[in-house]
Design a protein around this ligand. Structure first.
Ligand code: MV4
Length: 453
């Protein structure tokens, strides 16, 4: 087992990882850019190394700087968090070559699941439910032939993409050739990989994802599932566990399939399998995320598990302690992301937090790096705090979240708190009847989101 962990990240997730390391008796090294000098994760770590200027390419994304910081401090493990290099197989490989434990899956597993066509082939071979779709398309004519066979509408996706980047919805045969050329060009430009595939397009789906944990001894469990349908431009805004729309029978069936998927492919560490759900409640595999996710706390609170601690322990070769434990969700948890953005225009609102009061009380958790005087720099994502609540029922969790958000004070910058309150107050949300179109329609106001949100 390693003794000293370098956290190759910043903000709330760096603080979260630091906390888990400390409770496990591990030494901690924080890295920071010049603009993060006074950040909370720097203050909480045993040691801190400045790795470069604010530009993430020259600091948090700069592999030589991170490896040098580990060598200089004698860190024998690196936790990448989420975002930045967390799904970068090359970084995991460099760590392996330098005999530094990468707290995450192997480079091979990252590549197998990170490439979306390869992930679909894995999922199909494992018996996961899929939408009709293709492998890598050769050209526009091939795309047209496949689209006709599958039936319109279809969606073109970049194999090197994910998280909504490089997607094109096509509703007419005549649009296919041009859509293919555009999608492939954008994929090459955006991901240095022109490969594009297509699948049937699901109108107004719900987003349901399954959390898995697997150790290096062939054990794997599905820790639970989350509903993340409330998103704006593929950025999640609110997440909850368990998924209100998932029937208990599906929970068991999918849990077994997801655990098998990890075991059969030799996957280790935390992973999340993302599915879309159609109005009939059928699930279809979308993609696999090979990192800890922002929304992991709602699963921690309903499964009673410290996922980050488990991820660290299995990276050190420990046998997971969850196998055989009853992980059925207890109660209901909701997470709201509080971003430093204008709640109407969503324009970033960086600056100094002059006043900050986090909510508290029974069943309230706040994961954040904010404090009075903290700087929110413009260089990184705008997440300021995650407010997570747990209560015995979904209705009670909504009431608790509304109380917690009303109690929260963030001054000096604008935040999305008003938007979060608006979502919680909406009948469609309260009835648990929202799809991934809900928030866009609520904001555009073109038509009040119907019960299928
Ligand atoms: C889809 C889809 C409909 N049909 N694929 C967006 C990001 C990535 N998770 C996949 N995404 C979608 N893929 C098919 N075949 C609709 C979306 C989608 C979406 C999915 C989940 C959450 C929010 C979304 C917002 C827009 C589109």
């Amino acid at each position: 087992m390693f003794r000293k962990v370098l956290i190759a990240n910043r903000g709330e997730i760096a603080v979260r990882i630091l906390r888990a390391c400390k409770e496990l008796g591990l030494r901690t090294v924080a890295v920071h850019s010049t603009v993060d000098e006074g950040a909370l994760h720097v203050r909480l770590a045993d040691e801190a190394v400045c790795i470069g200027p604010g530009d993430p390419k020259r600091s948090y994304l700069h592999i030589p700087a991170l490896i040098s910081a580990a060598e200089v401090t004698g860190a024998d493990a690196i936790h990448p968090g989420y975002g930045f290099l967390s799904e970068n197989a090359e970084f995991a490989e460099v760590c392996r070559r330098c005999r530094i434990t990468f707290i995450g899956p192997s480079p091979e597993a990252m590549r197998a699941w990170g490439d979306k066509v390869s992930a679909r082939e894995n999922a199909r071979a494992l018996g996961l439910p899929m939408l009709p779709g293709t492998g890598v398309l050769r050209d526009g004519d091939h795309a047209l032939a496949e689209a006709r066979a599958i039936g319109f509408p279809v969606i073109l996706k970049a194999s090197g993409g994910g998280g909504g980047r490089g997607m094109k919805i096509v509703r007419e045969p005549s649009e296919v050739p041009r859509a293919y050329d555009t999608a492939s060009a954008e994929a090459l430009a955006g991901f240095r990989n022109p490969d594009v595939y297509l699948e049937r397009y699901l109108e107004r789906p719900r987003h349901i994802e399954f959390q898995l944990l697997a150790d290096q001894h062939g054990n794997a469990v599905c820790v639970g599932e989350r509903e993340c349908s409330i998103q704006r431009r593929h950025q999640k805004v609110l997440e909850e566990a368990p998924a209100p729309s998932l029937p208990a029978s599906e929970r068991e069936r999918m849990g077994a399939l997801v655990a098998h998927a990890a075991q059969a492919t030799g996957y280790t560490s935390l992973g999340t399998l993302e599915f879309l759900m159609d109005p009939q409640g059928r699930l279809y595999f979308m993609e696999m995320n090979t990192r800890v996710q922002v929304e992991h706390p709602v699963t921690e609170l309903t499964a009673g598990v410290d996922l980050v601690a488990e991820q660290i322990l299995v990276a050190g070769g420990a046998k997971m302690g969850l196998a055989g434990r009853n992980l059925a969700p207890r109660g209901h948890a909701i997470e709201c992301r509080v971003n430093a953005e204008d709640p109407v225009t969503f324009a970033p609102s960086p600056g100094k937090i002059t006043g900050y009061l986090a909510p508290g009380g029974p069943g309230v958790r706040v994961d954040s790096a904010a404090f009075p005087g903290a700087l929110v720099p413009p260089h990184y994502d705008s997440l300021v705090a995650k407010v997570i609540v747990r209560a015995s029922t979904r209705t009670a969790a909504i009431a608790r979240m509304r109380r917690a958000l009303d109690e929260m004070v963030v001054e000096g910058i604008k935040t999305t708190l008003p938007l979060l309150r608006r979502i919680l107050d909406h009948p469609a949300f309260q009835q648990g009847e929202v799809s991934t179109s809900f928030l866009q329609e609520l904001l555009e106001g073109d038509r009040p989101p119907d019960r299928r949100g």
